[in-house]
Structures are given as C-alpha cells and as structure tokens.
Design a protein around this ligand. Structure first.
Ligand code: PEP
Ligand code: MG
Length: 487
C-alpha cells in the first residue's frame, strides 16, 4: 500500500505512510467484531513508529533506564517527554530542538533538565561518560573533576535555598509596588502537575493544554475519561477558575492516526480550532466533557488558533449546541460559563476589537503570535535568531489586543512563555497586561518581579512605537528596566 502510494500517486514517503496507515486503522475500527476492531491500535502504533523513524525521531525508552541515566535523542516529541518524566528520569539531551517547542515547554513544566541543539557534542559522547546537564547555562559537563562536582553540588543547594525563599511569597498578595493588583495563574500541561499547582496559592489555571491528554496516548480519551480529569481539576482548584483550552492539535502536536491526513505545512494547516471544527465528533466529545465538569467548580473555555470573530462564533455555535444537548438530557452544567479566544495569529490581534466585543475574555498566546507575525518556525533552531518575541511588530499586536480588551472591559491575559520570562514581565506590565498565566516553576519568581514593578513602567513603555528598532527595544528593557526584573 505504501509503495503503491509512492509509485502511483507520487506521494512522498511520510505522506504515503501516514495515508496508508490511516486507511488501515479506519478499516479495522469499522469492523463489527470487537477483537478485530481493537487491532486498530496495533496498526496505529506501528504507523507512528515508522513515521517517527522516517522523521529521525528515535525513540522508545530502553527498559533498563535508571533515574540518573541521561538518554540522548535526535529529536523529541511532547509524548516522549511525558514518558521520561513518568519513568522518573531527570535529564536528557537532544541533537535538535528549540526553547519554545512544546516538548521544551513540557520539559520545564515536568521539572526535567535538558539541553537541545547540540548535535556535534552528542556525537562525541561515550556510553559510560559521567555527565552534568546544566540547564540554566545550557552547558554539558563531560566527566567532571572533583572540583566541578563540588561546585555543582553547591549550586544545587543554593538553588534549593532560593526556591525556598521565593516560596515564602506564597501567602503574599500579588500586586505591584504601588498596589495595583495583578492576577497570576498557572499553565498546566498534564494532570500530574495539578498537585504542585494547587499548592502554589495562584489565582487559578490560566491555560490547560488539553491536547497533551491526547498525544501521550494512542487513542482519543472518551467523554467520561475527559470529564473525570476536568472535574478533578475544577474541584481541586475551586473556587479559583480552570481555563480549559480545547484541543490544539496540529503543528508539532500531531494527531494520532485515523484523524486527518499528513500535511506539508502543519503549522499553517489544520491546527487548533480548525482541527476541532473539521472533526466535530472530537470537538463535541470534549465540549460535553468540559460542560459536565463545569458543574463542579469554575471552568472557563478558550479556543486556540482563532483567526477572527467568525471563527470564534462558529466554535461558540458548536458549544451552544452541546449546552442544549446536555440540557435536554437533564445533565447539570454551569450555564454562565465564560468563553474566550486565544490571540496568537496576527489577524486575531488586528481584529481584537471585534473579538473583544463577542468574547468573555482573551488570552495572548505569544509563542505563536511571534511565530506567525515573524514567519519563524518556533521549533527550528536554524532560524531562532529571527524568533524575537520583543520585536516591535509583536509588541504592537500585544498592545493593540490589550487596548481592545480594555475598550470592551474584558480581561486579557498572557499565557505564552513571555509571561514566565523575567525580563518580559516589566515590559508586559508597561503594555497594560494585568493577568499572567505562568509555567508553575517560574510562578514565585514572576510574583517577586511583579512586586518590584510600578506604574512608571507604562510611561517608559509609552515611548515605544512601531518605529523603534529591535536594538532600541533591547536597550530599553535590558538596561533601563533591569532593576525591575533582577532579583
Ligand atoms: C502560545 O502560542 O503562546 C500558547 C500559549 O500556546 P502553545 O504554546 O500551546 O501553542
Ligand atoms: Mg499557541
């Protein structure tokens, strides 16, 4: 089947594998004898491995790995990261990769240490080398001497002390030095993080990346499975809100087999809300699960990759339909659940006025906003020097979105990695952002910086406009704003 797709349809190999296995999986799933239908999972698995191998993604974990072993990958996916964490490993190395990929975001969230994009170094390593992975400095120490070992032992202790010191901020109010309240939420990727997040003392969950529920397994979680997870989160975080983002599949979070064909250009393809609207069953299953869970706490829903207000209204229409369905089935849900859109595509930022008029809240996905504004693949380290989140074009779109939200008196948060990056906090506050959704590991650090900031920032930032160059902006917030973000 694969060879005939290559020969007859002139498909490239990956596309041929993807399409062939999708079709086999669908045939098995449609079989009425259950034991045959269950074989679909085996084919899905073989297809995934074949495709990974073709893409140079090496990867299942060897069974004899111990927690102080450091596996080495050519390329790593979010699902592999989640497997490393559940296997108790602490660090890994990767020949490819970039800071803002979903695998990296999940790596940080799960407290793993990693260094990526070091192909030459990796090729020089031997199996028995003793390694220290210094994630802070992006430094790999190979076969350290006694002195270096002592230095790192001390560094670990100092960091632990700093962590304890920052954690003393738990009970303090989140506000700037001149008393402006700033809401601080946490980002969550996998349910295992809930325990830690519920102890942070944060204002709730500002982004739950639900697609991680999907990509770390071979099949779609059922309505009941999703309901259990969402309900547990809502109950645990109540009375604070849990903002559930509907599946953001596509891009580097590829859908498992059986749901759509491979795409030449997945980041510009059927990603996020487009994927959900093209797979109504998947979308409705998720929305029903969310709605049922909303009876047990404060849940908000937001849609990823919205391009404009029509896109949002189409998603809202499906949501309303699910509400009606649940109502007629006599199932309980929160009828005043808030609906929001993510601003992560320039067209959404430019059309933020229209969106703000229809949405209950907005959330700025700056990781993608930078990627799409600057046309730079956030996963491709070859072009990482162009991935400038503080580029004036990106900042203008942030400012425009914040102004639209203020005009229609709805909240707007930043949930991209900028909100978790120390030197961007004063900048975002100066642009008028009052809500941040942060990687849990950086939560107290961001809180400490917020406490040092003040209203002078908005005057300083008002000097910025689109005519500023990147060096001018860097000069502004690396030099003038340094005392705000240096702890
Ligand atoms: C973003 O794009 O900034 C965002 C929060 O979404 P994700 O990183 O999951 O694409
Ligand atoms: Mg995004």
């Amino acid at each position: 089947m694969v060879t005939s797709a290559i020969k007859n349809k002139l498909h490239h190999t990956c596309l041929a594998v993807q399409d062939s296995f999708t079709s086999i999986v669908e045939q098995f799933e449609a079989m009425s004898v259950e034991s045959f239908a269950l074989r679909a999972a085996d084919y899905r698995d073989v297809g995934t491995r074949l495709l990974n191998a073709l893409n140079g993604i090496t990867g299942t974990l060897p069974h004899d790995m111990e927690s102080d072993h450091i596996p080495i990958f050519n390329e790593i996916t979010p699902s592999m990261v989640s497997r490393l964490a559940s296997a108790g490993l602490k660090a890994y190395l990767c020949a490819k990769g970039s800071y803002n990929s979903h695998a990296s975001i999940l790596t940080r969230a799960l407290n793993l240490v990693a260094i990526a994009n070091i192909p030459l170094l990796i090729s020089s390593l031997q199996d028995d080398d003793l390694l220290i992975v210094d994630g802070d400095e992006g430094k790999l120490v190979i076969n350290p001497d006694e002195e270096t070992l002592d230095y790192y032992a001390q560094k670990v202790q100092v960091e632990e002390l700093l962590r304890q010191k920052l954690a003393e901020l738990k009970a303090s109010v989140s506000q700037t030095a001149d008393g402006e309240p700033i809401s601080l939420y946490a980002n969550i990727g996998v349910p295992e993080e809930l325990e830690g997040i519920s102890n942070l003392g944060c204002d709730g969950i500002g982004l739950f990346r639900t697609e991680f529920l999907y990509i770390s397994r071979q099949s779609l979680p059922s309505e009941d499975e999703q309901y259990d997870i969402y309900r547990q989160m809502a109950e645990r975080m109540a009375p604070t809100p849990v903002t559930i983002r509907t599946f953001d599949l596509g891009g580097d979070k590829l859908a498992p087999f059986g749901l759509g064909a491979a795409e030449e250009n997945p980041y510009l393809g059927n990603r996020g809300i487009r994927f959900s609207l093209a797979h109504h069953e998947v979308f409705r299953t998720q929305l029903r699960a969310i709605l049922r869970a909303s009876a047990f706490g404060k849940i908000k829903v937001m849609f990823p990759m919205i391009i404009d207000v029509e896109d949002f209204l189409e998603a809202k229409h499906v949501f309303n339909h699910c509400q009606e369905e649940l109502y007629s089935e006599g199932l309980a849900f929160d009828s005043s659940i808030e609906l929001g859109a993510m601003i992560e595509i320039p067209s959404a930022a430019l059309g933020a006025d229209a969106l703000a008029k229809e949405c209950d809240f907005l959330s700025l996905g700056t990781n993608d906003l930078a990627q799409y504004t600057l046309a730079v693949d956030r996963n491709n380290d070859n072009v990482s020097r162009y991935y400038i989140q503080h580029h004036p074009a990106v900042l203008s779109l942030i400012r425009q979105s914040v102004l639209s939200a203020a005009k229609y008196k709805i909240p707007i948060s930043v949930c991209g990695e900028m909100a978790s990056t120390p030197h961007y906090i004063p900048l975002l506050l100066g642009l008028g952002v009052q809500e941040f959704s942060i990687s849990p590991n950086n939560y107290y650090m961001v809180k400490a910086i917020v406490k040092k900031c003040d209203s002078k920032l908005s005057q300083i930032i008002s000097r910025f406009d689109l005519s500023c160059s990147v060096p001018e902006i860097e000069n502004l917030f690396f030099k003038e704003l340094k005392h705000y973000y240096q702890l």
